[in-house]
Design a protein around this ligand. Structure first.
Ligand SMILES: *[C@@H]1O[C@H](CO)[C@@H](O)[C@H](O)[C@H]1NC(C)=O
Length: 173
């Protein structure tokens, strides 16, 4: 009796804990993803962790979202073979640590409108495990767990930036 109730409680925790721990960052907050907005100022002071999500909100058809590398970010150019996100409510799971670059590929929105975002993602200290082990009488969320691969970033090349044990701060290019 009691143990089956406990099991249900743990099952609920196991399902809901990762979504509690993950943070959704709405890029640009109320302004959304648009031109003439300082996305570096928006990102400043925020701590992005593996497992968090970026949400790009914009009127569908007006903008889009390309994930690019550092060169593409500086030059406002996306690889010819890459496909942008265009839904107007694009959710990107931050699957790996390191720097991430996003630009709008419409017209001159990136080059002239500054519609570009650079963030640094830190390894999660709350890595949700796909199969948490509940045997431990004192489960610790801080235990390093193999980080599951989330979402659409999985098909991209692994970041050329290895997760740094001591993350480098700032945007030194
Ligand atoms: C960045 O992406 C471009 C394609 O847009 C590619 O040609 C270049 O080699 C990439 N640079 C790095 C450092 O991966």
């Amino acid at each position: 009796m009691a143990s089956s109730q406990l099991f249900i409680i743990f099952a609920i925790l196991a399902i809901s804990a990762p979504s509690i721990l993950a943070t959704n960052y709405v890029v640009g907050d109320g302004k959304g993803w648009t031109i003439n907005f300082d996305y570096q100022a928006w990102a400043r002071g925020k701590m992005f962790y593996v497992g968090d999500n970026l949400v790009f909100n914009y009127p569908k058809g007006v903008h889009n979202v390309f994930k690019v590398n550092g060169t593409g970010f500086q030059q406002c150019s996306a690889p010819l073979d890459s496909v942008p996100l265009t839904s107007g409510h694009d959710v990107i799971s931050l699957a790996t640590s390191g720097r991430k670059w996003y630009i709008c590929g419409v017209a001159q929105h990136c080059a002239m409108g500054g519609q570009k975002l650079l963030i640094t993602v830190f390894p999660s200290s709350f890595a949700p495990s796909p199969s948490p082990t509940w045997e431990s009488s004192n489960p610790s969320w801080s235990a390093p767990a193999p980080s599951p691969t989330w979402g659409k970033e999985a098909k991209g090349k692994p970041s050329s930036l290895a997760p740094a044990p001591s993350p480098t701060w700032g945007y030194t290019g």
